[in-house]
Ligand binder design. Sequence first.
Ligand code: KG4
Ligand code: ZN
Length: 340
Amino acid sequence: MAKDEIILAFESSCDETSVAVIKNGDKILSNIIATQINSHKRFGGVVPEVASRHHVEEITIIIDDALTEAGISYEDVDAVAVTYGPGLVGSLLIGVTAAKTIAYAHHLPLIPVNHMAGHIYAAAFVTKLQYPVLALMVSGGHTELVMLTGPAEFSIIGETRDDAAGEAYDKIGRVLGISYPAGKEIDRLAHLGKDTFGFPRAMDNSDDLDFSFSGLKSAFINTVHHADQLHQELSHEDLAASFQAAVVDVLVDKTMTALQEHPVKQLIVAGGVAANQGLREALGARLATEMPDVELIVPPLRLCGDNAAMVGAAAHILRGKNVFAGETLNAEPNLNFARA
Ligand code: KG4
Ligand code: ZN
């Protein structure tokens, strides 16, 4: 029997410092995540300098925790993997430097991982992928439809022209006095209200697979400000339900169009917004009635947000393709997949 493959993986692209130990690409031996959300809450978003400082303070402790929880030492590790982009440059550099140092000191290969590839490969912990696969990547920084034609072969077939879906949640949350990140709370409120405001479904009827959320965001903010000026109280539950219905309608419609144009067996929903209950329910329902043969893969909640386990899963695929980096690996804040 072949020896188990152990990957030590790093993620520090935004406001979570995470180190994981992954066995054979789909077993999590440890996945330590230190979130900085409380430090950024009072600023209403992530402050890059504060984020970098937290990563520096946390990372060595988290490496120790990850190794201890997995019950392994450096001798057991076969490769070191790290997110090198996209993300905040100062944050990325902490993970990249830590991973490079460990790889160099222990003579281990270094695997460079795209953060979005990580989010998508969180699905590997749920089931075995059968290519081609379509991924709806929805996070605070990204909204993309990504085709995987084979292992780690990505191309973007649709993307947002302005705000990301999670970013729109966070921005309208601020108007309702909900602290950053607002997605989860708006999702909760949405289930208590009704879609009464009829917000725009931007680009829903366009010929391409692109998204736009800034018009929806403006419509929402104008509605709230207008009511404020008239000293009217609007139901936060109905506002949240109306906003969420507009986001979910467009995400689901575009994903169904993409599935018609690019037949696949599996659909992955990835990224922080994949935690959204409204999106999960709506996609599940549409697939069940219109495309029951397409398997919907949504990672468990803990693997939807930023974490190093997903980086280890993507790194396993890259190792199989001999994708390695040298000591010159640098952070690439604007790293992206190619557009189809
Ligand atoms: O993937 P992630 O942790 O970080 C990025 O790579 O951006 O995504 C964070 C985003 C935030 O914008 C947050 O508001 C959103 O995911 N989010 C949600 C939910 N949970 C987190 N958005 C909608 N509904 C949720 N339940
Ligand atoms: Zn992310």
